[in-house]
Design a protein around this ligand. Structure first.
Ligand SMILES: C[S@@+](CC[C@H](N)C(=O)[O-])C[C@H]1O[C@@H](n2cnc3c(N)ncnc32)[C@H](O)[C@@H]1O
Length: 388
């Protein structure tokens, strides 16, 4: 079912789904709905999906946030349906699932035109080229007429991709008060400025954003830029993530490409604040490289390049499981195409209550022990985790 999950995940992520029809019940003759038709709808100004459950004599509707579509659809396939037809902007996909859950997916030319709620990724960016955006002009990404400089196009795409990720988590953020956001290891702060512009100027949210970094000169420059742009609720501070203790409540923590365990220090802060949303792109993961060993994995670990990549992936797998254990629903997503940077995994965690902690802990501990790993995040959050 992995290939199906990947496809559903991609459609949900990209927002390119025009309609989906799930049919052919696993057990024919069961009482209940015979098919479910899914289409995008707008609710509270954000993308949701409406699921229409077709019974013999009635149709029942359910609306779900875009971020929940993947789980909903996979559950329907796992429990009930053996067939699916997904109509998307780029293609139609015919899905067939055997009795033994073997999946075949047939891709065909698109048969439907996108409606107003379906994203067309080829055309749609949150920040459009041709419309001058002051912070992009100040940062030298576009000229005052809104033309993106050729050399800065990758950065422009990365900023837009990041904002799409932010757009997706808006339903998980509190609506009734100004948002407090911290960007740990903000560096030159392209994405911090983007965040401010998107939430304040485009979404009209009251904000308090802090960018923190070790580098005093970079922070001074960012502060000047924020003042020039009149981004009054954006502050830049010099400091180490692990020592930052200025705020008592934070709604969202962002940490993009903070080096090695600086990411874990940021995740720990986020967890202790009970932040509703965490967006993190890890980078330079050295910790596990120096810890991991396993005779079974010798063919892999004996090659430096494979060991390095494996250690980085294992680090993120452990982080994701720990975040689940610490009260989050965690997904690992592709941040930007591999061709632009190998540092392309984004950890997206949203606060969530339901979790089978015993099972999660067993899964986590088994993997950690197999690798002989001793991750920073576990040590830092020891008091919040089950005992070993
Ligand atoms: C690769 S840059 C990323 C900048 C920015 N977040 C981005 O994605 O464009 C990493 C930044 O993290 C900062 N950093 C690393 N460790 C840190 C720590 N412990 N506390 C604060 N900042 C840190 C570095 O100074 C650097 O500016």
């Amino acid at each position: 079912m992995e290939s199906l999950r990947n496809l559903v995940h991609q459609l949900a992520e990209e927002g390119t789904l025009i309609s989906a029809t799930l049919s052919q019940r696993r057990k024919a003759g069961d009482a209940g709905y015979t098919k479910v038709v899914i289409k995008p709808v707008e609710l509270k100004k954000s993308l949701h999906y409406q699921l229409a459950y077709h019974y013999a004599n009635k149709v029942k509707h359910e609306n779900v946030a875009a971020s929940l579509l993947e789980e909903k659809m996979m559950k329907l396939f796992e429990d009930t349906f053996r067939q699916g037809l997904f109509c998307t902007v780029q293609a139609d996909y015919q899905v067939l699932i055997s009795k033994k859950y073997k999946v075949s997916i047939l891709k065909k030319s698109p048969s439907k035109k996108p409606g107003p709620l379906t994203h067309n990724r080829q055309k749609r960016y949150i920040l459009e080229e041709g419309t001058p955006v002051p912070f992009l002009v100040e940062l030298g990404i576009m000229n005052p007429d809104g033309k993106v400089f050729a050399k800065k196009y990758d950065k422009f795409r990365q900023i837009n991709r990041f904002l799409e990720m932010v757009e997706d988590v808006i339903p998980h953020l509190p609506e009734d008060r100004p948002l407090t956001i911290v960007d740990f290891g903000c560096g030159k702060s392209y994405l911090t400025f983007a965040l401010y512009h998107y939430l304040s100027v485009q979404q009209h949210r009251e904000l308090n954003i802090v960018g923190l970094d070790l580098k005093a000169d970079v922070i001074e420059h960012c502060g000047t830029l924020a003042r020039n742009l009149r981004y009054d609720q954006l502050r830049f501070l010099v400091g180490d993530i692990a020592d930052y203790d200025e705020l008592s409540q934070v709604d969202m923590v962002v940490t993009l490409h903070a080096c090695d365990t600086a990411t874990d220090a940021a995740l720990e802060k986020a967890v202790r604040w009970g932040a509703s949303v965490i967006l993190s792109v890890p980078c330079c993961q050295h910790e596990l490289f120096n810890q991991v060993h396993s005779p079974v994995l010798e063919p892999l670990l004996s090659h430096g390049i494979l060991k390095e990549r494996f250690s980085a992936l294992a680090t993120d797998a452990l982080r994701a499981k720990l975040l689940d254990l610490l009260g989050y629903k965690t997904q690992l997503l592709e941040f930007i195409d591999m061709e632009h940077t190998p540092k392309n995994i984004l950890i997206r965690a949203v606060k969530s209550s339901a979790a089978d902690k015993d099972r999660l802990w067993q899964e986590y501990a088994a993997f950690r022990d197999f690798l002989h790993a001793d991750p920073y995040l576990e040590r830092a959050c020891r008091d919040l985790l089950p005992s070993s």
